[in-house]
Design a protein around this ligand. Structure first.
Ligand SMILES: NC(=O)c1ccc[n+]([C@@H]2O[C@H](COP(=O)([O-])OP(=O)(O)OC[C@H]3O[C@@H](n4cnc5c(N)ncnc54)[C@H](O)[C@@H]3O)[C@@H](O)[C@H]2O)c1
Length: 333
């Protein structure tokens, strides 16, 4: 990794890296200059993804200690991606103006507070090229909450990743009312070059798409446990053993298109009545805290003692690395 230069200028500025090594999109791939603002959990993962794709990446953070951790953290993430050589394309800077001056694409990863994001976007827009794409990693803030006053606001959008981002291909692209189709198109091309598979929203929607789907499943999971009819582990077994394997290769609509001999129309004909009946009984939410206090927390404690959660996170990441490798092998083999 290049250390931040004394001036804080972007390492390798002016020299577009020409190698395609490790790039998910292979020969002839796009090469751009990416700046990541905020070198925490999500910022470091974005840096690994963009560097693997052959892009020059500079990370900026207000906190020097965060910048000091970048080398070790990004190396670990790149090892998961079998792309350790890409660390050469990653540099850090403690000077925001210098970090964004030549950027083609800026990915903001600062804390989830609209006022902080608004301030950071204003500073980025002041110093970045007028046509640079400015994307936010926000998990749930509407982009219009913090991009309204940004000069050139038509190139701002949300690009929301999933944790850990270097092991998930999904990214939600959410436009503000003023985001241009051209900006969405350019963001999509850059993200696809980094191996991502964008989910494109046509307008702002509370919860975007993934959290809305997850909300439906979580509410039913809490309802089931609250009813006492099934254990928390068996709810998880229902997902792990039945829903997740087919959803992971087919999605929701793909699954039902194959679950009736003549496809989705026949599926609707056969099963709509059942699902409408179930849906009509699934409108009330239960109090999650009461379910937790009423036994869910004790069940989880028995499954995974709280002291073992960090070890479990490391185990989860190893499982996801294996899944990502299997997916890459399936796509390239
Ligand atoms: N953690 C997740 O699971 C997850 C998933 C998807 C999206 N996100 C979103 O990504 C964003 C970042 O989350 P995170 O988990 O990486 O947080 P984090 O706390 O790990 O990192 C945030 C970083 O931003 C830095 N920072 C704070 N103010 C700054 C400023 N004004 N300018 C530059 N840097 C600044 C901090 O020093 C820190 O290093 C949030 O909007 C979050 O909602 C998080």
């Amino acid at each position: 990794m290049s250390a931040g230069s004394p001036s804080g200028a972007q390492a390798g500025a002016g020299a577009v890296v020409a190698t395609d090594s490790g790039s998910p999109s292979g020969a002839g791939a796009l090469h751009v200059k990416v700046t990541v603002i905020g070198a925490g959990l999500i910022g470091c993962a974005w840096a690994a993804l963009f560097a693997r794709a052959g892009h020059d990446v500079v990370l900026f953070d207000l906190d020097e200690a965060a910048l000091d951790r970048v080398d070790g953290v990004v190396r670990t993430l790149l090892a998961d991606l079998d792309a350790l050589d890409a660390i050469e394309r990653v540099s850090t800077s403690g000077d925001l103006a210098a970090a964004v001056r030549e950027a083609d694409y800026v990915q903001e990863c600062v804390p989830e507070v609209a006022s902080i994001k608004a301030e950071v976007f204003a500073r980025i827009a002041e110093h970045a090229p007028a046509d640079a794409i400015l994307a936010s990693s926000t998990s749930a803030l509407m982009p219009s909450l913090f991009t309204a006053e940004v000069p050139g606001r038509e190139r701002t959008l949300v690009a929301h990743p999933f944790n850990p981002p270097h092991l998930h291909t999904a990214v939600e692209l959410v436009p503000a009312p003023w985001t241009s189709a051209e900006a969405i198109g350019r963001a999509r091309a850059i993200l696809e070059s980094a191996g991502m598979e964008p989910i494109e929203l046509r307008e702002e929607l509370d919860g975007f798409v993934v959290n809305r789907l997850q909300a439906a499943v979580l509410h039913e999971a809490f309802r089931l446990v609250a009813s006492g009819a099934v254990s928390a582990q068996d709810v998880d077994n229902a997902v792990i053993g039945a829903l997740a394997p087919r959803w992971s290769v087919l999605g929701v609509f793909g699954t039902i298109d194959l679950n009736a001999p003549e496809g989705i129309a026949q599926y609707v004909e056969r099963y709509e009545e059942l699902y409408q009946r179930l849906g009509a009984a699934q409108t009330e939410t239960v109090d999650w805290q009461r379910v937790l206090d009423g036994g869910l927390l004790a069940q989880r404690e028995q499954t995974w003692p709280r002291a073992e959660l960090d070890a479990k996170r490391a185990w989860r990441d190893r499982q996801l690395v294996e899944l990502a490798r299997a997916k890459r092998a399936r796509e390239t083999g």
